[in-house]
Ligand binder design. Structure first.
Ligand SMILES: CC(C)(COP(=O)(O)OP(=O)(O)OC[C@H]1O[C@@H](n2cnc3c(N)ncnc32)[C@H](O)[C@@H]1OP(=O)(O)O)[C@@H](O)C(=O)NCCC(=O)NCCS
Length: 183
């Protein structure tokens, strides 16, 4: 369960192949801007092959978590481990109307815990240098984020070991965001 900033309780579970229709409906509800930030192109339609790839995971080297508001799929976070590696690429997309509610960070926390339990030690992600929200999620995670290159696209890497420092950093952010008058 994820509790949003405005107090809604959202269910979280691993993706299933039967989520294909819900994933397509979710994609159609995303703004062009969110699609561009996720896929780096104006990718208005997911092909059948992409839908099958995105919804069929092995729950070990590839895992996607989906968030539901009632019956509606409202966010996806996933990791894909690079072959024969302890690094996985991570990616997220949250419905526009639900962004800035803490869902992205909640998904990162859950993906990191699941990945660590499966032998993944590090996450990497490529994001547009202008994607302040995605970079904020990474920096707010408390994980030791390192910027690998810093051009139009930024590649970040960070160890996902569940250290006390990382947990403390996230708790601090939660306290800050609950404080009266916080943004
Ligand atoms: C990037 C993305 C996944 C972030 O998801 P999100 O659910 O909006 O992320 P969060 O709400 O956890 O955090 C983002 C910002 O929201 C605000 N926020 C989140 N939770 C908050 C809370 N409880 N109180 C106050 N502010 C909060 C903050 O401004 C935070 O940034 P900050 O720490 O610098 O202040 C989302 O914006 C998205 O889907 N974008 C389009 C796709 C994309 O860019 N994907 C990335 C490619 S990998």
């Amino acid at each position: 369960m994820v509790t949003t900033r405005d107090g809604r309780a959202l269910a979280v579970r691993p993706i299933l192949p039967s989520d294909a229709g819900r994933l397509v409906a979710f994609h159609h509800r995303l703004s062009a801007d969110s699609i561009y930030r996720r896929y780096f192109s104006l990718h208005t339609e997911l092909s059948d092959a992409e839908v099958a790839h995105l919804t069929t995971v092995d729950y070990v080297d590839r895992l996607a978590l989906v968030v539901f508001d009632g019956e509606e799929l409202v966010a996806v976070g996933r990791f894909d481990r690079y072959p024969h590696s302890t690094t996985a690429e991570v990616a997220f997309v949250v419905l526009d109307t639900l962004q800035h509610q803490g869902v992205g960070l909640a998904l990162l926390e859950r993906l990191a815990a699941a990945a660590w339990a499966r032998g993944v030690e590090e996450f990497s992600a490529s994001t547009l240098a202008t994607n302040r929200d995605m970079l904020a999620v990474f920096y707010d995670s408390g994980f030791p984020v390192e910027v690998v290159h810093d051009l139009e696209e930024v590649e970040v890497r960070f160890a996902i070991e569940p250290t006390a420092a990382a947990r403390a950093r996230r708790a601090e952010r939660r306290d800050r965001s609950r404080a009266p008058g916080s943004p």
